[in-house]
Design a protein around this ligand. Structure first.
Ligand code: ADP
Ligand code: MG
Length: 261
């Protein structure tokens, strides 16, 4: 068995009385693809913060590549290979796309000169943004901003990529393009954890799915079984995700099912 890439053990995080991570444990192997769904406010983005080092846990341990990173800051974890996107894209608006990627490669990935240039070119190409290299980030439309966010994470040369709702607001053909890009990234051996409300995008990539609700994982396994799990349907379906599911092969609950206690 290969050793795990990421391990969370009994991780707990509270914001006042809100528990966003309640004794969470999770193991992800090299090259794995894991999808995370869950209602709004479930703690999904906070979980990424805990993994990336933007948030410090109240209790528990986080290991990456066999090394304890619980007390390392986000910059150090990024250099070890944890790359993330943000739900609200955070480019430097007055820099070009390429400059944004160079900054990510240098500041985030800790790469220098030629290596940072190569990482930026590669990220540009992988995200399908070669035609926009010299555009100021502020001139990009939604799809391109989402791609830039992905490219910025890639430019840090991650071995684990954390994607936070990168498909939201995109049209069906745009979602299909994004799925293809993420597939390609994973095919090169980069592990992906993808938080997404657009379930049909997720199921196009991930081989494992879990649902986060109230700071706890409900269900963990192959996507079809998890989405069919009554416990998952109770906490997850019947929210805004029902509409997203309508386009998938899975049935959304009818309104009468939803209103039952
Ligand atoms: N930095 C923070 N300070 C205080 N409360 C926060 C902070 N970040 C998130 N929260 C709260 O934690 C809960 C989970 O938020 P979040 O992780 O963003 O959920 P999700 O991504 O699943 O929608 C929400 O109630 C949110 O208001
Ligand atoms: Mg979120």
């Amino acid at each position: 068995m290969t050793s795990p890439l990421l391990e969370l053990e009994h991780v707990t995080k509270r914001f006042g009385r809100v528990v966003v991570a309640d004794d969470l444990s999770l193991t992800v192997g090299p090259g794995d693809t894991v999808g995370i769904v869950g209602p709004n406010g479930a703690g999904k983005t906070s979980l990424f913060g805990l993994i990336s080092g933007d948030l410090a846990p109240g209790a528990g341990e986080i290991r990456f590549g066999g090394r304890t990173v619980t007390r390392l800051d986000a910059a150090a974890r990024c250099r070890l290979g944890i790359g993330r996107t943000y739900q609200v894209p955070r480019p430097f608006a007055d820099m070009t796309v390429f400059e944004n990627l160079l900054v990510a490669a240098q500041q985030g990935g800790g790469l220098r000169r030629r290596a940072s240039y190569e990482a930026a070119v590669e990220a540009l190409d992988r995200a399908g943004m070669s035609g926009q290299a010299n555009l100021p980030a502020e001139r990009l439309g939604l799809l391109q901003r989402k791609r830039l966010e992905l490219a910025r994470a890639l430019a840090t040369r991650p071995t684990l990529l954390l994607l936070d709702e990168v498909a939201g607001g995109l049209t069906d053909p745009e979602v299909a393009q994004l799925v293809e890009i993420i597939h390609g990234i994973n095919a090169e051996g980069i592990a992906v954890i993808w938080i997404e409300h657009v379930v049909r995008a997720l199921t196009g990539v991930v081989t494992r799915l879990t649902c986060l609700a109230g700071g706890t994982f409900v269900g963990d396994g192959d996507p079809a079984s998890v989405l069919a799990d009554p416990a998952v349907r109770e906490v997850f379906l019947g929210t805004e995700v029902t509409a997203a599911l309508a386009g998938s092969s899975l049935e959304a609950p009818t309104p009468s099912e939803r209103s039952e206690p």
